[in-house]
Design a binder for this molecule. Structure first.
Ligand code: DNO
Length: 355
């Protein structure tokens, strides 16, 4: 396992590479070319420059989160092949720079969704939270505005303001895309890119839907064991893999995370580890990483990853906002650094006691 931190690039993150370098046991970052739009080809030079910047700071790029998928591919519109061709060129350019892990998602219109980006906790920190009742009371465009107002001026991935202008158009374009069609479009995309992934040894790692149920009536297809395994089978290559995200899959208490990890042996290429507190049906708060701070058992999750021989990058996921830090919601330095240290400690204990 390689412990990493997500870093959005120097113009988009309150956290610096120099700070990340000082977290014990964090050897790499997970990053992206934040200024590119879905569907664009990432140039070799731009990737090289990003890589150099990270390496000059004494770290390594362990993977990309995300190379986002153009809506034409998710919708399956006639022009999708041109965007898949561009995606393939981006994969080739990443491979030319020795980057071989790509996290992506296949959620229509939105990426992750929360009803509150700064819910106060009794310990004085604040966290991201989700309450279906609140989400049911607002329209998607209001949601966009609400989240962007609460983002402390940072552009959050998946909630780029330019998407707001297109939101009606997007909902219209997805109106006939039921779960089966969305799944078929995902399989079509993966089948087309797999030869490139196999040629260069690139691991694709789909991120589960967050939360793990349909939001605003949009289909969600990657939210539990059954559909994850269906996808693994439909494109049965080790390069078609998964980002195991405890917070996303764990948002549904019916998902048995340990069982899901065991069932995906050999196909988990990346792990996002965070804790949440169940508050009711489709209602949860995010929490500190520590098991006892939330509802998930971090020891059991890491033990399962260790048991299946997981060797990829792991990152602490969203943290609480603590000690007065102002950052992109969920992505401050302090709580994620504590999370990384805690997860590294668990991993060390698991590793030593398994010998
Ligand atoms: C939320 C993240 C997601 C994730 C994408 C992957 O904080 O986990 O935005 O990066 O879904 O494409």
């Amino acid at each position: 396992m390689k412990m990493t931190l997500r870093w959005f690039g120097k113009n988009h993150d309150s956290v610096t590479l120099e700070q990340i370098r000082q977290i014990p046991g964090v050897t790499g970052v997970i990053t992206t070319l934040y200024d590119t739009k879905p569907g664009e080809v990432w140039s070799k030079e731009a990737i090289f420059n990003l890589k150099k910047e990270v390496e000059d700071a004494g770290l390594k790029i362990e993977g990309i989160e995300s190379v986002n998928i153009h809506d034409a591919i998710k919708i399956g519109s006639p022009d999708r092949d041109q965007y898949i061709d561009n995606y393939i060129k981006t994969l080739e350019n990443l491979a030319a720079n020795n980057i071989n892990l790509v996290c992506y998602n296949f959620m229509p219109v939105f990426d992750w969704t929360r009803s509150d980006l700064a819910k106060d906790r009794t310990d004085g920190s604040n966290v991201l939270s989700y309450d279906q009742e609140l989400v049911d009371q607002i329209k998607p465009d209001q949601m966009f505005e609400k989240l962007n107002q609460a983002s402390h001026g940072f552009v959050m991935p998946g909630w780029e303001p330019e998407r707001l202008a297109k939101i009606k158009e997007l909902f219209e374009a997805y109106k006939d895309i039921n779960a089966d069609k969305l799944f078929d479009n995902l399989v079509y995309f993966l089948k087309r890119i797999m030869p490139t992934c196999e040629k260069y040894g690139i691991n694709m790692a789909i991120h589960p839907d967050d939360p793990a149920w349909p939001v605003f009536g949009l289909s969600r297809i990657i939210n539990g064991k059954e559909n994850l395994l269906k996808l693994m089978k439909a494109v049965d290559s080790p390069h078609n893999g998964v980002t195991f995200c405890s917070g996303s899959l764990g948002s549904n208490p019916k998902n048995d995370l340990v069982d899901i990890i065991h069932s995906l042996k050999g196909r988990i290429h990346f792990a996002h580890v965070r804790n949440i507190i169940y508050l009711g049906d489709k209602k949860f708060d995010e929490a500190a990483h520590l098991s006892s701070d939330g509802s998930l058992d971090m020891y059991a999750i890491l033990k399962a990853l260790h048991t299946i021989g997981f060797e990829g990058p792991m990152r602490p996921d969203h943290g609480r906002a603590v000690w007065g830090e102002v950052s992109m919601p969920g992505y401050g330095l302090y709580d994620r650094a504590m999370g990384a240290t805690y997860l590294n400690g668990l991993w060390e204990a698991i590793e030593k006691s398994s010998k």
